[in-house]
Design a protein around this ligand. Structure first.
Ligand code: NAP
Ligand code: GLV
Length: 321
């Protein structure tokens, strides 16, 4: 019997993420089935059993009546679930050791850069200033991670190993050795009050949109040697109120920030975020997914599904992540 077609609907991304490259990769790992690229390739909608997507145009998936599973080619599904016509089918997202390792590198890099005052030292260097700045032990700082999922839990453990006082905040109670775990809105303030470097690895949902605002920053601890607290957001841009971040950097509520994600991406050239001296901007590449690994992951999930085994990393539609 003919195996169900795999349709690809992919928008945006670097050269490595070009739709043509994805088609070539899936052609290799799904050699026994037809792989089509939407909207370019002709295909009978009734033949499409699987879709592998990144930010697909709204309505594309609803037009595939025989679709059985949707594979999101990244960890965050906010762009996908924003489609009001999204069919009621299992959505599998990426949870992958390679991606997790890359995000942990990013988080540790930026926590250490703020902790070790790298940006001030770099500015001193540019002015030829030999100016040793006070340094303190990692244990003097509380690092608080919003989102203790696949990514947050891994970063928490590595930061703990480095000696930081690590806390985490999630929707449901958790227990991670050496990490002070807080859950739910009722424990958010207690979590913030012990945090000097706030790392956000939340998914974007109606509950988390714009959670990173002035009222939240004002609750962070200011009594550590770092002084004003620091924000690192690698979750999604919709989690942050960008005008509040700028105003809080200006008035000292925040001492610095690293942002990988923005309300509008690419960040517009005239955005004031580019040039604020307290801000490090990276272009949404904290943790790129390795396309070869993900194509193999999707092929393995399809094989599981067709063998009657449960799919892995399925999104809960009620939670939206
Ligand atoms: P995940 O495993 O689903 O974890 C999400 C965490 O957020 C969970 O701990 C969850 O709590 C918590 N959470 C969700 N809603 C919450 C709420 N209302 N209040 C408190 N906690 C809440 O996701 P992940 O794989 O770690 O990825 C997290 C996000 O990172 C993705 O959604 C994506 O947006 C972002 N990301 C960014 C990049 C990048 O390059 N910048 C790369 C990959 C991913 P429970 O555990 O209690 O459910
Ligand atoms: C990247 O942002 C992802 O969600 O994987």
């Amino acid at each position: 019997m003919e195996k169900g077609t795999l349709a690809l609907a992919i928008t945006g991304g670097s050269d490595n993420w070009s739709p043509a490259r994805w088609k070539a990769r899936f052609g290799e790992v799904c050699a026994d089935r037809r792989v089509v690229l939407l909207p370019d390739d002709a295909c009978a909608p009734d033949d499409v059993a699987y879709a592998a997507v990144w930010k697909p145009r709204h309505g594309v998936l609803a037009a595939l009546p025989a679709l059985r599973v949707i594979f999101n080619l990244g960890a965050g599904v906010d762009a996908l679930v924003a489609d009001p016509t999204l069919p009621d089918l299992p959505v599998v997202r990426v949870a992958d050791a390679d991606l997790t390792g890359r995000m942990t590198e990013y988080v540790v890099l930026h926590v250490l850069a703020h902790h070790r005052r790298l940006f001030a030292l770099r500015a001193d260097q540019q002015r030829h200033l030999w100016q040793p700045r006070e340094q303190w032990a990692a244990g003097a700082l509380g690092v608080g991670i919003m989102g203790l999922g696949v990514l947050g839990a891994d970063a928490a453990q590595v930061l703990r190993r480095l000696g930081f006082q690590v806390a985490g905040w999630s929707a449901h109670p958790k227990s991670i050795e050496g990490v002070a775990c807080f859950a739910g809105r009722e424990q958010l303030s207690a979590f913030l009050r012990r945090t000097n470097i706030l790392v956000c690895l939340l998914p974007l949902t109606p509950q988390t949109r714009h959670i990173l605002d002035r009222a939240l920053f004002a609750q962070l601890d200011r009594t550590s040697p770092l002084g004003a607290p620091v924000l690192i957001n690698a979750g999604r841009g919709g989690l942050q109120v960008e005008r509040d971040i700028l105003a809080c950097l200006d008035d000292g509520t925040l001492g610095g920030a690293t942002l990988d994600v923005f309300e509008t991406e690419p960040l517009p050239p005239d955005s004031p975020l580019w040039s604020h001296p307290g801000l490090v901007v990276t272009p949404h590449n904290a943790a790129d997914t390795d396309p070869d690994a993900i194509a193999a992951y999707v092929a393995a999930q399809i094989a599981r599904f067709e063998a009657g085994e449960p799919l892995q990393n399925v999104v809960d539609p009620a939670r939206g992540y």
